[in-house]
Design a protein around this ligand. Structure first.
Ligand code: URA
Length: 240
């Protein structure tokens, strides 16, 4: 791999930023100053450092994003901003992809990973990975809505699995726990009870909670503990 490409990928800068680092002599390869961006390096074997600090080579990346409303859950789109546009270029370069999707107007926890197999397992219906949402609806929720969610709502093309609805103050807010993820699922479940969702936010996915210190549009890498939780959920074992 070219040295400037490696720096752009791992050093989280642009190729031109990498050239500037090289020009200023800030980069060393195996202890020797390197100035040629076109030089070939083997990231598995060579020690590449910036200002004397080794840059860790990685092939995997797992992040949580606090998705804002108005951003599309997709890798690319010719017209709209996508969730990948909110992440550093290294995420795209490494092949990070969203695990499932949130609607354009839905906010909250979105996980993106380079591990396609993990994503596949997290989305497999048989693993019943749990998600919790907060939904604000257009009128008061009733005890009978809680029972209807618990029984499994009949929608036009399928019957939703039993879900938990907790009514929150001031009465038009529901905390919903579902273990499937069909298109517009939560909105359609409320609609079946005669309520329209005005605002929807995902709080958890597979036992991993949205880090509330992340403002909409911000992201961070998942911790080792969160990855353990997620991998357990992907095996159908929600609590690790
Ligand atoms: N259910 C919905 O209706 N929309 C989402 O974005 C996620 C779950």
């Amino acid at each position: 791999m070219r040295l400037d490409k490696f720096l752009a990928l791992e050093g989280r800068c642009t190729r031109s930023g990498a050239k500037e680092w090289l020009r200023r002599g800030r980069v060393t390869v195996n202890g020797a100053p390197a100035r040629d961006g076109a030089a070939a390096v083997d990231p598995e074997k060579d020690e590449i450092a910036l200002d004397g600090e080794a840059i860790i080579y990685r092939r995997e990346m797992h992040v949580m994003l606090n998705k804002p409303a108005g951003v599309l859950t997709a890798a690319n789109d010719p017209r709209r901003e996508t969730v990948l546009d909110l992440l550093p270029r290294a995420c795209r370069a490494l092949g990070c992809m969203p695990v499932g999707r949130l609607d354009l107007d839905t906010e909250g926890l979105l996980i993106l990973t380079t591990d396609g197999q993990l994503a596949h397992r997290l989305l497999a219906p048989k693993n019943g990975v749990e998600k919790i949402y907060i939904a604000e609806v257009d009128g008061p929720l009733r005890g009978e809505d809680v029972s209807a969610f618990a029984q499994g709502l009949r929608l036009s093309d399928f019957t939703a699995r039993p879900a938990r609805l907790e009514i929150m103050p001031p009465g038009n807010v529901g905390r919903v726990t579902v273990c499937e993820g069909k298109f517009h699922q939560v909105k359609r479940m409320f609609l079946a009870c005669g309520r329209t969702v005005m605002h929807l936010k995902r709080l958890t996915f597979g036992g991993v909670r949205l880090d509330e210190t992340l403002a909409p549009g911000q992201w961070r890498e998942l911790t080792a503990q969160e990855m353990k939780t997620l991998r357990a959920a992907a095996e159908g074992n929600e609590n690790g």
